[in-house]
Design a protein around this ligand. Sequence first.
Ligand code: NI
Ligand code: MN
Length: 225
Amino acid sequence: MKITYIGHSAVEIQSGGYSLLIDPFITGNPVAVQKPEDFKPNAILLTHAHMDHVGDAVPLAKKHNCPIIATFELANYCKSQGAPNTVGMNTGGATDFEFGKVMFTLAFHSSSIEGKYMGLASGIVLTTREGKKIYHAGDTALFGDMAWIGKKGLDLAFLPIGSHFTMDPEAALEAVKLLTPKQVIPIHYNTFPPIQQDAFAFQRAVESQTSSRVVIAKPGEAHEF
Ligand code: NI
Ligand code: MN
């Protein structure tokens, strides 16, 4: 499995011949070094309706005729914007796709576009065909039910550390203790002035207090897992 951190919360997961994009905020992303043209997604997954997460989802879905998988209201919004194929889900059980299973989890955050309610903000648990379990927390505060998500046995967790809109590094450290993932990639930091953080300090704290490893991914950089 190859993971490319595009920057902010945008990631590409390549597994079993499929390319999956989560929260593809590429155009206008101050830290991204890649362009939408660099990706050929088979599916796009969205955690919530804020534009630093929806990003290029609709134009990429149109260009590659791939589904957008999101919570119900956001999927409908994407359809209204011209997305050719949307799958509207909600928090709860996992749904099977050709590339693996997708489950939407809680996230303590909001989800709206221009003041219009877009359903719950969510996190995503993706189980690849190869059996890897990946949790993308989206934007969220710390919550105790992360312990339940962790019971699934996570190989990798993408956790926001930027503060202001989401967990800060201290809360994200507690999240790691609840989730107990093998590896952690910090996201949603150093994109904009209010979310500047020291990822290396977070790495030191996590690796000294837990058995999880932190991979600090630079935008555009691919990592094998
Ligand atoms: Ni948000
Ligand atoms: Mn955000």
